[in-house]
Design a protein around this ligand. Structure first.
Ligand SMILES: [Zn+2]
Length: 109
């Protein structure tokens, strides 16, 4: 029982490391980043780990591929409301609308 918990813990750490790698790699090698992202999915399924929101939002809900802002997805701030952004997946052109918390608006700009 204990070793099982330990394995899950190691899997969580691996996902965390991979996630940080994906963000870096995506800038110069999107194909490699996508492989790393697939690995994250495989590990999470094998150990039944629910991925945190910041990782889940990287995957397109429609085509399940990796969306990296500025690389494989396009982020646009809505015209009517400054608090809404439109995120377009450049693989399948699916558009997401997302409301961003006020304190994060400055970061995005
Ligand atoms: Zn997509």
């Amino acid at each position: 029982m204990r070793s099982r918990w330990l394995k899950k813990d190691i899997a969580r750490q691996r996902i965390d490391i991979l996630f940080r790698n994906v963000l870096d790699t995506a800038r110069y090698d999107p194909a490699l980043a996508e492989k790393q992202a697939m690995l994250i999915k495989r590990i999470s399924m094998r150990y039944r780990i629910r991925l945190p929101y910041e990782i889940r939002q990287l995957f397109c809900k429609r085509c399940k591929r990796l969306m990296i802002p500025g690389v494989t997805s396009r982020v646009r701030i809505g015209r009517s409301s400054i608090r809404a952004v439109r995120i377009t997946c450049l693989h399948c052109n699916h558009v997401y609308r997302k409301i961003i918390p006020k304190e994060r608006i400055e970061e995005i700009r």
